[in-house]
Design a protein around this ligand. Structure first.
Ligand code: FES
Length: 140
């Protein structure tokens, strides 16, 4: 039996939880946008080639694996293990993400499916202030 929506919890940098329902097939980036949840938040990137200052917002590249601003940390390893393995492209972008952990993923690549019902996703800034189950800092 396929569920139409699954329960997803986003945990922000203050430890505040936001419980939302996400339609099967929707990415966590889209789900965050639809619910006005900021992922990594605003960050400013200096573009050295053009000397322009570009403000990047979470999900800046719209899910095309070119920005890593949609970085989320899967808080429970059992859910992390239910996800499809990241592609090489995703891993390359994750390497650039701030606060990388062993259960980091790009939110635009995590697609809601029935087995993910109950998944909890930490927005990376949160992980510096409180412990997250299964959080293992990844050495660079
Ligand atoms: Fe840019 Fe996910 S939105 S990598």
């Amino acid at each position: 039996e396929q569920k139409e929506t699954i329960s997803v919890t986003f945990v922000d940098k203050d430890g505040e939880e936001q419980h939302i329902r996400v339609p099967v097939g929707m990415s966590m980036l889209e789900a965050a946008h639809e619910n006005d949840i900021e992922l990594e938040g605003k960050k400013i990137i200096v573009h050295f080639f053009t000397s322009f200052i570009i403000c990047c917002f979470a999900g800046a590249c719209e899910g095309s694996l070119a920005c890593s601003t949609c970085h989320v940390i899967v808080m429970d390893v059992e859910y992390y293990n239910k996800l499809e393995d990241p592609t090489d492209e995703e891993n390359d972008m994750l390497d650039l993400a701030f606060g990388l952990s062993e259960t980091s993923r790009l939110g635009c690549q995590v697609i809601a499916k029935p087995e993910l019902d109950g998944i909890r996703l930490a927005i990376p800034a949160a992980t510096r202030n409180f412990a997250v189950d299964g959080y293992v800092p990844k050495p660079h």
